[in-house]
Write a protein of this length. Structure first.
Length: 178
C-alpha cells in the first residue's frame, strides 16, 4: 500500500524569467513560446510516484503577475513547503532579484525548526547561453551559500533541461523536512 503526501511548492522570481513556462513544462510537458500561463492560473497539480511506496500530490503555485513588488504577502507564503526561485541567465539583474525574493520568503515562512524552507535556485534559459561553466559554477555556488539555497540547477523550460530533476530534488527535500 502506498502512502500519499501533499506538498506545496511556490515558484518565485522576476517577471519574464520563465516561471510560467517552467510550471507548464513540469506539469504538462509542454513549452509554448510567449505562452503566459500565469494569467488567471494560480496553481497547478502534479502527482509524482516518488518510489514504490510513496505518492506525492504536488501543488505548484505561480505568483501570477504580482512580481513587480518583489514581495508577496505572508498569506501567500503560508502553505509553502518548498520554493523554486528562478532567474534568467541572460539577465544578471534577475539574479540579484533572486536574492531579494529569497529574503522575502525567509522572513515570512520557515520550518517548525526555525530553518528556512527548502529552496532551489533555477538558472533558467540556459539554452540561450554559451558555455562558460567555471564562472557560472563558482558564482552560483557562492550565491547559494550566501542566500541559503540547497543547490542550483541550470534549466531550460524550452529544451526541457533539469525541470523534472529540480522538481524531484525539491520534493525529496520537502519529504525529509516533513
Ligand atoms: P514569467 O513571467 O516568469 O512567468 O515568464 P514566462 O514563462 O512568461 O516566460 C517569459 C518569456 O521567456 C516567454 O517568451 C517564454 O517563452 C521565454 N522562456 C521561458 N523559459 C525559457 C527558456 O528556458 N528558454 C528560452 N529561450 N526562453 C524561455
Amino acid at each position: 500500500m502506498s502512502s500519499v503526501s501533499v506538498c506545496t511548492d511556490i515558484v518565485i522570481g522576476d517577471l519574464g524569467v520563465g516561471k510560467s513556462s517552467i510550471i507548464s513544462r513540469y506539469i504538462n510537458g509542454r513549452f509554448t513560446e510567449g505562452y503566459k500561463a500565469s494569467v488567471g492560473v494560480d496553481f497547478a497539480l502534479k502527482t509524482i510516484d516518488l518510489d514504490s511506496k510513496t505518492v506525492v500530490r504536488l501543488q505548484l503555485w505561480d505568483i501570477a503577475g504580482q512580481e513587480r513588488f518583489r514581495k508577496m504577502s505572508r498569506v501567500y507564503y503560508k502553505e509553502a513547503m518548498g520554493a523554486l526561485v528562478v532567474f534568467d541567465v541572460t539577465q544578471s539583474s534577475t539574479l540579484e532579484a533572486a536574492s531579494v525574493w529569497k529574503q522575502d520568503l525567509d522572513t515570512k515562512v520557515c520550518l517548525d525548526s526555525g530553518h528556512p524552507i527548502p529552496a532551489v535556485l533555477l538558472a533558467n534559459k540556459c539554452d540561450l547561453t554559451g558555455r562558460d561553466e567555471d564562472d557560472l559554477v563558482s558564482t552560483l555556488d557562492g550565491f547559494c551559500k550566501d542566500n541559503c539555497f540547497l543547490c542550483w540547477f541550470e534549466s531550460s523550460a524550452k529544451d526541457n533541461i533539469n525541470i523534472d530533476e529540480a522538481g524531484a530534488f525539491l520534493v525529496k527535500q520537502m519529504m525529509l523536512c516533513d
